[in-house]
Write a protein that binds this ligand. Structure first.
Ligand code: PMV
Length: 360
């Protein structure tokens, strides 16, 4: 069995030099949602996501060997110092240092940028932690080149998970499962795995337009939200439902039954937000325009029969999901009818993608 020990690097050779890599990693959108965790970023339930293509973080990691062993890094955002990222990255290095002891031998300069507009309200932690982790693993390949490609991919996902849970689903594409569950062979709580089952062609290039409803700071962070699933009155049933929904979705992805797909995906989104509303303390992340958009999507679907649906992450923004075949009419509907509910009429067209890329 694969355990955390499997991923502890014990033999490595320090490289006394400097160098750099650049990798991009995309965001991802969960269809079955991760909400609730136990210690060390282990999910309370399995999740399944589509990897995206356009919303990406590009990270350059410069490394320079040093004599003392400690965590040492400088942070830049678009080339300029960005100290506000430091606590999160410091915590990331503290969490990975036992698995990757070689990181203590180097001073790093981490320079990051996003392809989506900053302050768009899109969480960049999934793409950001994934991009950083792929860079770290590339350093690991230099100091310990003896492992398999599979091992490096799994470990990159595992490191990303320690940065931000859902980031572990952003290393690869285009459908990823994270969390051990009976219906998905080789699924693991430690890292995301490729969905290796048959997928109907209707899901090829599936489209996701992200409607930017609210770009402000969230009232309740994901970290606090996950925490509130402890002692939540509906938690156990919800966790069980996520297992059931992954098994159902596996069949739906094969059959291409879009009515079933829509029902499952929208129910998952509303269940996630129901968990928030039934936490103690309770909270609501949707905004009035989130509901306006949901109602407009339902109306459009009913009148046109176009199989478009929505999902939500931990915020007010709406992800509009639709088959590539309906791109033209759905995008016209978004521009004509939905853009007005977005802050500054802003939305981002995205689609399924294939994970991290080497831009070095
Ligand atoms: O990765 P985190 O801790 O930010 O949690 C993300 C949780 C959701 O986006 C709401 C769902 C998911 O599975 O991505």
């Amino acid at each position: 069995m694969t355990t955390l020990d499997t991923f502890t690097t014990t033999n490595y050779t320090k490289i006394n030099s400097k160098g750099s890599f650049t990798f991009s990693a995309p965001s991802n959108i969960a269809l079955v949602k991760y909400w609730g965790k136990i210690e060390n970023q282990i999910p309370a339930n399995p999740s399944l996501s589509f990897t995206l293509n356009n919303c990406k973080t590009v990270t350059t990691l410069q490394y320079e060997s040093k004599t003392e062993k400690n965590i040492s890094f400088d942070l830049l955002f678009e080339g300029q110092p960005k100290e506000s990222f430091r606590p999160k990255i410091q915590k990331y290095f503290e969490r990975i240092q036992d698995l990757c002891p070689y990181v203590l031998d180097y001073h790093f300069t981490i320079d990051t940028k996003n392809t989506f507009p900053h302050s768009s309200g899109i969480a960049s932690s999934a793409s950001g932690m994934a991009a950083l982790s792929v860079n770290i693993i590339t350093l690991e390949k230099l100091v310990n080149p003896d492992e398999t490609d599979d091992y490096y991919m799994q470990k990159a996902s595992l490191l990303a998970r320690l940065g931000s849970g859902s980031a572990c689903r952003s290393i690869k594409g285009n459908i990823v499962v994270w969390g051990e569950t009976e219906s998905i062979e080789n699924s693991s709580d430690l890292f995301g795995v490729d969905f290796l089952y048959e997928v109907n062609s209707v899901f090829e290039n599936y489209q996701d337009t992200i409607l930017l409803v609210d770009k402000g700071e969230k009232q309740v962070s994901s970290t606090v939200g996950h925490e509130l699933m402890h002692n939540h009155p509906f938690a156990e049933r919800r966790f069980q439902q996520a297992h059931e929904n992954i098994a159902k979705l596996k069949e739906i992805l094969k059959s291409g039954n879009l009515n079933e797909f829509i029902a499952l995906v929208e129910s998952e989104a509303l269940t996630l937000h129901s968990m928030m509303m039934t936490s103690m303390p309770y909270f609501i992340l949707m905004k009035p325009n989130t509901l306006e958009i949901i109602n407009q999507i339902w109306k459009f679907r009913e009148t046109t029969n176009v199989p478009v649906c929505f999902t939500l992450d931990a915020g007010a923004n709406v992800h509009v999901l639709y088959p590539n075949k309906y791109k033209e009419e759905v995008q016209k509907f978004i521009t004509d009818e939905l853009a007005k509910y977005c802050q500054n009429n802003q939305f981002i067209h995205d689609e399924m993608g294939f994970g991290a890329e080497d831009l070095s």
